[in-house]
Design a protein around this ligand. Structure first.
Ligand SMILES: [Zn+2]
Length: 351
């Protein structure tokens, strides 16, 4: 992951300083982008922040909005993205802000900024998070490693002992375990492993959920604002591609029903949890379409092209994250030049 990020960052610098992205823009620029964010909160000083690639600061969000407005890019809602793609209304380039998971910092830090600037946005809520049944296993893993200089866990049926006293060792251990966990054959295997680890080392999953995620009354408050769209993100933040077809249908329908019951309106837009090719593919795109979602977004990197009108449940996004937290990069990312390099100049990736 970090090697690919280093290459992309170097590429962004080159593109930014050479102005090359302006040259390639008319070939790869697309018609707009859906921007992906997670946490928005002030920078912290801790040396061990393995999930920092999932956060930006409030100041960064403000700068990003100014940059986009300065570049005459329309900032629009997902319904408007859907309308422009389906009616081929490509007069102005556009961007759409989306936030995954339903973190409380979205309401505390992002909402006041977006509200003041009049920017519409979407929050995709995994319903087990406000129900306090969610398993934020990547945060639980971070907490266990942060609080312990050594710990033990069961890997592939064997008890392993891990030493991680320094911040560097903690980063390495997190990276290794995270990658190993993401590669496990089932979601249940991940949750069992981290659940066991969390209970051994006193990390309480429901408490973690309550500390980081909005509850239904907070989500309801946001949902009442006309700038806000609440989207579905499954019930259990499930890696859908690792689930059976029946389970995928249940995750999507149940999350829609729970949001409808809580907010009085069923969500029409969906984000696949994790959203990479190993978590959401052709089968998930088809099921989301069959269930009538207007749009569904992945985390596959890319800008939108007119052809995406035929693939509304397989839309790519541009990640605006901690790793690339420099407002100068945003026009470069949105030009499509960086993601075109990543995608080998393929415009639609819906397989
Ligand atoms: Zn998510």
């Amino acid at each position: 992951m970090s090697v690919k990020h280093t290459i992309v960052r170097a590429g962004l610098e080159t593109l930014y300083f050479s102005g090359a992205h302006r040259l390639v823009q008319r070939f790869v620029g697309g018609v707009g982008s859906i921007l992906m964010l997670h946490h928005v909160r002030p920078a912290r000083r801790d040396r061990f922040q393995p999930n920092a690639q999932l956060e930006v600061t409030p100041e960064f969000l403000e700068r990003a909005i100014r940059r986009l407005r300065g570049a005459k890019i329309d900032l629009i809602s997902l319904d408007e993205v859907h309308r422009r793609l389906t009616t081929r209304d490509f007069g102005n380039r556009f961007a759409c802000f989306t936030f995954d998971d339903g973190y409380r910092d979205n309401k505390e830090w992002a909402f006041p900024i977006l509200k003041a600037a009049g920017v519409p946005f979407t929050i995709y809520v995994a319903t087990s998070f406000p129900d306090r049944l969610g398993k934020l296993w990547w945060l639980a893993l971070e907490h266990v490693i942060a609080r312990n200089d050594r710990f033990a866990l069961v890997m592939d049926g064997e008890e392993r002992h891990v030493e991680c006293a320094s911040a560097g060792a903690k980063r390495e251990v997190f990276e290794t375990l995270y990658r190993w966990l993401r590669g496990l054959p089932t979601e249940k295997a991940i949750l069992d492993t981290v659940g066991d680890l969390a209970s051994r080392y006193g990390v309480d999953m429901p408490v973690l959920c309550g500390a980081f995620c909005m509850d239904w009354s907070e989500i309801g408050e946001l949902a009442r604002d006309p700038l806000v769209t609440i989207g579905a993100h499954t019930v259990n933040h499930a890696m859908l591609a690792k689930a059976s077809e029946g389970e995928v249908g249940n995750e999507l329908m149940m999350s829609r029903a729970v949001i409808a019951a809580a907010l009085g309106k069923p969500p029409e837009h969906l984000a696949y949890p994790y959203g990479d090719a190993a978590s959401a593919g052709k089968r998930e795109f088809r099921i989301a379409q069959e269930l009538g979602f207007k749009t569904a977004v992945t985390t596959r990197p890319g800008v939108l092209f007119p052809e995406h009108a035929d693939h509304m449940t397989a839309l790519p996004r541009i990640s605006i994250n901690g790793t690339f937290q420099d407002a100068r990069y945003i026009p470069v990312l949105m030009s499509g030049a960086a993601t075109a390099l990543w995608n080998g100049f393929r415009r639609v990736d819906a397989a």
